[in-house]
Design a protein around this ligand. Structure first.
Ligand SMILES: [Zn+2]
Length: 258
């Protein structure tokens, strides 16, 4: 198991401990379970990020992903046509253009509950005391999704645990010994949608929500430490890994399905 965590590895661990441990042990290739359209959508999301990182990053991305981006006839694949529209929308969004300034793709480090964490900031704007994270999303910015843990519909930002990500990054920045970096830098999630007419908004988060999220991150990290120290990882019995490795030994009651 990894000694150093990122937001995505902690999220994967909290979604299914057994799958995350198998991925870290290289016994399970999660990427290979993704459908071609999911991979195309992920690449298109990277394209949007690279476009606003630097010309160099964009050119490198295009070279590396030429076969992913274009059909055999040479036209842009559908997800990249959408990505191009998203880029154009952000490029004429006055708020985005004003605040998405500063250091791009900055790697940050620190410790939470004694475990090393690292992360990448899309953009750190020290003049405004904010960091910005671009999120490309399929639905509408106001979409809600069902949360299995909260038993209610919550915003996509909560259901995908992006509050954890923002709380982790804020904490890692707080731990930085760079004097230029303040102690209470605020996150801005810059959402851009894949709708026919892409929508964009910069979204701030109340500090109490970030504080609560950091507590949840600390609890999840404690669980990770338990498994590092030898506790058997829990199976979610819902993910592809659990389905692929399931060995039924008893029946379940219909009441468990409600
Ligand atoms: Zn599972």
């Amino acid at each position: 198991m990894k000694k150093r965590l990122s937001f995505s590895s902690l999220k994967a661990f909290s979604d299914c401990e057994a799958e995350a441990v198998a991925v870290m042990a290289e016994e399970w290739d999660r990427q290979s379970t993704f459908s071609p359209s999911t991979i195309e959508a992920m690449n298109a999301g990277s394209y949007v990020h690279k476009y606003f990182e630097s010309n160099k990053a964009l050119e490198e991305f295009k070279l590396e992903h030429e076969s992913d981006m274009f059909t055999k006839k040479g036209s842009l694949k559908s997800q990249f046509q959408i990505a191009e529209k998203m880029v154009q929308t952000l490029d004429k969004d006055p708020l985005f253009k004003t605040i998405y300034q500063g250091v791009k793709e900055l790697e940050i480090f620190g410790k939470i509950q004694g475990i090393e964490f690292h992360g990448f900031l899309d953009c750190l704007n020290l003049e405004r005391n904010i960091f910005i994270d671009i999120k490309t999303i399929r639905g509408s910015i106001r979409d809600k999704e069902w949360s299995e843990t909260e038993y209610r519909r919550v915003s996509w930002i909560e259901s995908r645990k992006y509050l954890w990500q923002m709380a982790i990054y804020q904490e890692l920045l707080r731990q930085s010994d760079d004097e230029k970096i303040g102690k209470n830098i605020q996150p801005v999630i810059y959402a851009i949608t894949k709708e026919t007419f892409p929508d964009s908004s910069g979204i701030t988060i109340p500090q109490e929500w970030l504080d609560d999220s950091l507590l949840e991150v600390q609890e999840a990290s404690e669980k990770y430490i338990e498994v590092l120290n030898g506790r058997e990882p829990k199976r979610c019995e819902r993910c592809n890994y659990c389905k692929a490795t399931k060995l039924n030994t008893h029946t379940i009651s219909i009441t468990e399905l409600i």
